[in-house]
Design a protein around this ligand. Structure first.
Ligand SMILES: [Fe+2]
Length: 150
């Protein structure tokens, strides 16, 4: 494995994080129902955190000597996260975002494996931090979806 392999894995993570940022923002705008205030605020906390994270991930790609992708076209090629559905129910939005947190964690684990092989401590640190954030977000979303009427 080389620095290039690590940069590639981070590009996927950047695209996933940006896609999840946009989708979480979409759901912040469009969620409806009895839990509006709670979920509108909950989603805001998560998209705000993601907005900061994409910068750190992109800058790490630059430090590895590669250009950071920064267009929706490139993100669509790289990410496995599907666009949000503005008309989804509040419950569907919560379950959808919980599943997406799992997809991002898969990308982090793939990048982490390469960073460990390269003994790149700084990137290992960033990825461990991202893993902790997404693990907590997934738990919060899953807990929030429990008992949710469809
Ligand atoms: Fe807002």
């Amino acid at each position: 494995m080389t620095k290039h392999n690590l940069a590639q894995a981070l590009k996927v993570l950047l695209a996933d994080s940006y896609a999840l940022y946009l989708k979480t923002h979409n759901y912040h705008w469009n969620v409806e129902g009895k839990r509006f205030v709670e979920l509108h605020t909950f989603f805001e906390v998560q998209y705000t955190e993601l907005a900061m994270a994409v910068d750190a991930i992109a800058e790490t790609i630059r430090m590895l000597g590669e250009k950071a992708p920064g267009s929706f076209r490139k993100y669509m090629e790289l990410t496995s996260i599907k666009d949000g559905d503005e008309s989804a129910s509040a419950c569907q939005m919560v379950s959808d975002l919980a599943a997406d947190q799992g997809l991002v964690m898969n990308s982090i684990e793939a990048a982490l494996k390469i960073a460990k092989e390269l003994e790149d401590e700084a990137t290992i640190g960033l990825l461990a931090e991202r893993l902790a954030v997404h693990r907590k977000a997934e738990w919060m979303l899953r807990s929030s979806a429990t008992g949710c009427e469809k």
